[in-house]
Design a protein around this ligand. Structure first.
Ligand SMILES: NC(=O)c1ccc[n+]([C@@H]2O[C@H](COP(=O)([O-])OP(=O)(O)OC[C@H]3O[C@@H](n4cnc5c(N)ncnc54)[C@H](OP(=O)(O)O)[C@@H]3O)[C@@H](O)[C@H]2O)c1
Length: 216
């Protein structure tokens, strides 16, 4: 096992989040999770601390952040994000709390159809976003506002964004790696394992890359 770390996880009860938390616990780390419904979590562990709450109202955010080595967001609520940029509003409170508590490293999971700051999507991804995936436009706009905020106002924080291309809840298909232009449709389990590696990789700081399987 690597040295034991404390992960603060948002979205722990979600499809990527459940895999991520299982992996971090299996690797011997501590996990602190804020979840709306603790009953959704499919595991327990003495190393898992669960707090109940929603991101719109976290009264003791500094207490939640204090002592964490890594903060990770795998948040999403596509219906709510059609109306409001709830993730952006939350990240704008989270980052100052991280600064106050001296917590530096933050991973945010967005989607491959969310454009990185000041860069257009490829024509193929743009077409997919505006046709078969158009129900998620609010989520992508929220993710884009998060990336813009991090790029413009949080250069002192060791943030990184995973623009994931998740497709299913199936078994692992391999090991994802970082890519500027290639994206793989991967199961949640592989995206979670990628997040676990990424957050410990200093070369990923201040990147908004896609993930894809190694070719060949
Ligand atoms: N799913 C995909 O195919 C896909 C593809 C590409 C990118 N992404 C990106 O990855 C992110 C995570 O995807 P996912 O499929 O793993 O998400 P998911 O299964 O929908 O889970 C989202 C998580 O966010 C939590 N959450 C939502 N609103 C919250 C709130 N107000 N307060 C606290 N927690 C809240 C949910 O809690 P509850 O359990 O209480 O609902 C859940 O734990 C997405 O937002 C998207 O940006 C997803």
């Amino acid at each position: 096992m690597n040295q034991q770390k404390t992960f603060l996880v948002f979205g722990a009860s979600g499809q990527t989040g459940q895999h991520f938390v299982s992996l971090a616990l299996k690797e011997g780390h501590k996990v602190r999770a804020l979840v709306r419904n603790p009953a959704k979590l499919t595991f327990t562990s003495p190393n898992l601390e669960v707090q109940q709450g929603a991101i719109m109202d976290v009264p003791k955010l500094d207490e939640l952040v204090k002592g964490a080595d890594f903060v990770i967001s795998m948040l999403g609520d596509a219906e709510m994000q059609k109306k409001e940029k709830i993730n952006t509003a939350f990240v704008q409170k989270l980052v100052p709390a991280m600064r106050r508590q001296g917590v530096k490293r933050f991973l945010y999971q967005a989607g491959g159809l969310s454009a990185p700051p000041n860069q257009p999507l490829s024509p193929v991804l743009w077409t997919i976003r505006n046709t078969i995936a158009r129900g998620y436009i609010g989520q992508h706009e929220d993710n884009e506002a998060v990336m813009q905020y991090l790029a413009e106002a949080a250069s002192d924080v060791e943030w990184m964004v995973h623009r994931a291309g998740i497709g299913s809840n199936g078994p692992s298909k391999g090991v994802l790696q970082r890519s500027k232009k290639d994206i793989s449709i991967a199961p949640f389990v592989d995206c979670a394992a990628y997040n676990y590696r990424l957050i410990m990789d200093p070369s990923a700081i201040h990147t908004c890359d896609l993930s894809c399987y190694k070719k060949g």
